[in-house]
Design a protein around this ligand. Structure first.
Ligand code: UN1
Length: 502
């Protein structure tokens, strides 16, 4: 993969300073090694946390709009390096280049959002019950933010967190997935260049911790890090959440999904079918927002299943391949264990399934060490607990329903609650769905994946309950202070009418 080394070297010219034999970084495209890194030692992680604490003391004193200016410049830097960074994203996590570009665009978008936000960290003025008193709510910087990110969105989710944290006055510590550390080092290098030329940006404002679960755990358990924002599986969240809570830290968890699209009798199939396809096989089914279940009214069930199955067959035959090739729609799975997980899920459901199309490994001759799977679609007579777990692969279950109430019951029966969608032209059904979907995201005539950064992103139940990205998600990165001031000259009155006179 020598031609790919160019992009690595361009983005991480200091790569040799991270080299070592602890962590082999491979590309899922063909399994070849693209770098080999040294893990941070416990002492190094400790030193990075200490440095972050020092950076916080300086950065919190910089005015918000000025902090925004640094993020604005970082956004400019990303624009200048968009194509290279997109290519590195593709190389390291295997998503198609078009989606790699989309991911970098998502970083640029959150930069712009955060710049505006840096002048809008609004508190409240509250009416006091006492004369000559003012009551305010102020939002203050929180402290170092620990970010744990997943392989599938190796840079965008970090940017959601970092851009908000920076304008809120917080430094960040980033423990990327051990499957995608190079994109993290690349972002760090771009950020360092911007910070070095920015008066008032302290050293250590953003730092990467190269490591696995152990290094992440050290950060999770350290009480100097008041907020841990972690993206990954619900299994990981079950470990991280209680550890942070035990030290009274805050956590922002964005965990597993089991997202569904409901297709009603009034659905426009010209809208529904492409939305289902992008949601389920796009990114090789490796988004937390990927469509895993399609719940179809019985009157349309066969038609929708057959149409999707034909598209899955076509994709399986003609559209899987090297994600750097512009004609590819589905790239590789991240690794062998992802492929095995997909196979195991198909085997578990086979006894219940009416039909299973796809799912086989492909392109083995061309890429013996890459794991490319034909997208799989499964016809089920009903939903069962067999499909309650999230399988991070292009595997879609199609389930029939008879009434909209039943569709929502099926929809909400899984433990996860991230994203959901309905395909309908009936406004009553659409509104019923929005009120009854138990997910953090509920779309109408839009698929489950591909959210814009302007909305709050996250979900309920096993998805963890946190919100990142847009809307007022910034509040998680600050501490709220209520402040009452007496400005009169008379003897002050007590609240609740209490008298306490000598
Ligand atoms: C993720 O998969 O962790 O809504 C994030 C989407 C993207 C973000 C996905 N904007 O699909």
């Amino acid at each position: 993969m020598s031609s790919h080394n160019d992009v690595v070297i361009r983005l991480i010219p200091n790569l040799s300073s991270f080299s070592g034999s602890d962590l082999k970084v491979t590309t899922p495209i063909d399994g070849s090694e693209i770098a080999s890194l040294r893990l941070d030692t416990p002492a190094e992680v400790d030193a990075k946390i200490a440095k972050s604490v020092e950076a916080f003391k300086k950065w919190r004193e910089v005015p918000g709009p000025r902090r925004g200016e640094l993020v604005r410049l970082f956004g400019e830097k990303l624009r200048a390096h968009k194509e290279d960074l997109a290519k590195l994203v593709t190389l390291e996590c295997g998503k198609i280049l078009e989606e790699g570009r989309g991911e970098v665009q998502e970083m640029i978008d959150i930069c712009d959002f955060a710049v505006g936000l840096s002048r809008q960290l609004y508190g409240l003025t509250i009416a006091s019950e006492r004369p000559n008193h003012t009551m305010q709510e102020n939002w203050l910087p929180l402290g170092p933010v620990g970010i744990i990110s997943a392989f599938n969105f190796p840079v965008a989710v970090w940017a959601w967190n970092t851009c908000l944290a920076l304008v809120c006055g917080d430094p960040v510590l980033w423990k990327p997935s051990e499957k995608t550390p190079l994109t993290a080092l690349a972002c760090q290098h771009l950020f360092d260049q911007v910070a070095a030329e920015f008066p008032g940006a302290p050293e250590g404002l953003s730092q990467v911790i190269v490591g696995g679960a152990q290094e992440g755990n050290q950060m999770v358990e350290d009480e100097r890090v008041p907020l841990i924002s972690a993206t990954g599986s619900s299994r990981m969240g079950r470990i991280v959440g209680p550890k942070v809570a035990a030290r009274f830290g805050r956590s922002l968890l964005e965990l597993g999904g089991n997202n569904a699209i409901i297709v009603t009798p009034t659905a426009d199939l010209n809208v529904a079918i492409p939305s289902i396809l992008f949601g389920s096989v796009g990114t090789a089914g490796q988004r937390c927002t990927s469509t895993r279940r399609v719940i179809v009214h019985r009157s349309l069930f066969d038609k929708v299943f057959e149409t999707l199955a034909a598209a899955y067959r076509q994709i399986g035959e003609t559209k899987i391949g090297d994600p750097l090739d512009g004609s590819t729609l589905v790239g590789p799975l991240i690794d062998e264990s992802a492929f095995k997980g997909m196979q195991a899920a198909i085997e578990r459901v086979r006894a219940e399934a009416g039909d299973v199309v796809g799912g086989e490994r492909t392109l083995e001759d061309k890429f013996p060490h890459g794991y490319y799977a034909k997208p799989a679609i499964v016809r089920l007579p009903a939903q069962s607990k067999t499909i309650h777990d999230e399988t991070f692969a292009p595997l879609t279950y199609v389930i029939p329903y008879d009434t909209i109430e039943e569709a929502l019951e099926i929809h909400n029966a899984v433990p996860q609650g991230l994203s959901s969608a309905i395909m309908t032209t009936d406004v009553r059904e659409a509104e019923f769905f929005k009120r009854h979907s138990d997910c953090g995201i509920a779309n109408v005539n839009i698929g489950t994946s591909g959210a814009e950064i302007g909305g709050a992103f996250g979900g309920e139940k096993e998805t963890g309950g946190g919100r990142e990205s847009g809307s007022d998600a910034w509040k998680a990165y600050m501490r709220r202070q209520t402040s009452t001031t007496f400005y009169g000259r008379e003897r002050p009155t007590l609240a609740q009418g209490i008298k306490f006179d000598l």
